[in-house]
Design a protein around this ligand. Structure first.
Ligand SMILES: Nc1ncnc2c1ncn2[C@@H]1O[C@H](COP(=O)(O)OP(=O)(O)OP(=O)(O)O)[C@@H](O)[C@H]1O
Ligand SMILES: [Mg+2]
Length: 113
C-alpha cells in the first residue's frame, strides 16, 4: 500500500533506494550491519524490502514494542518473547511450504432425532 504509515515490505513499493538496496544486499554476509538514519527516513522499509527480495529466512523485531516507558528500559523477557514468537511464526511458514496446498474440509451435519 503506497500511502500506508507502515514500513514498505516490497522493493516494488520502495521509492528511490536502489543504491542503498544494493549496498545492503552486498553486506548481508557481514556479522553486523548498522543502518543509521533520521526517524521515519525509511530504515525499516529498506531492511524489510531488501530481505524480502532474497531467500534469506529472517525475523524483524521492532524493539520499541518492548520498550517500557516507565522504567525507560527494554524488558529482556518481553524481548525474548517477541523473538521467540517471530521465530515460531517463521518456522511454521517454512514448514507449510513443504506441504501440499490443497486442504480437505470435512463437514458433518447432524440431523434431528
Ligand atoms: N523509500 C521509500 N519509499 C516508499 N515509502 C517510504 C520510503 N521510505 C519511507 N517510506 C514510508 O515512510 C514511512 C516511514 O518508513 P519506515 O518506517 O521504514 O522508516 P524508519 O526509518 O524505519 O522509521 P522509524 O525511525 O520510526 O523506525 C512509512 O510509511 C514508509 O512506508
Ligand atoms: Mg523503523
Amino acid at each position: 500500500m503506497l500511502f500506508s504509515t507502515e514500513p514498505k515490505r516490497s522493493l516494488k513499493d520502495l521509492f528511490d533506494r536502489e543504491e542503498e538496496v544494493k549496498k545492503l544486499r552486498d553486506s548481508l554476509n557481514e556479522r553486523m550491519i548498522l543502518l543509521l538514519g533520521l526517524r521515519r527516513i525509511g530504515k525499516s522499509s529498506l531492511v524489510l524490502s531488501t530481505l524480502n527480495s532474497t531467500d534469506i529466512n529472517a525475523i524483524f523485531v521492532d524493539v520499541r514494542k518492548v520498550f517500557d516507558n516507565m522504567s525507560r528500559k527494554v524488558q529482556a523477557e518481553k524481548l525474548y518473547e517477541e523473538i521467540y514468537s517471530s521465530l515460531l511464526a517463521l518456522s511454521r511458514k517454512e514448514a507449510c511450504k513443504g506441504y501440499p496446498t490443497k486442504v480437505g474440509v470435512l463437514l458433518r451435519i447432524s440431523g434431528k432425532n
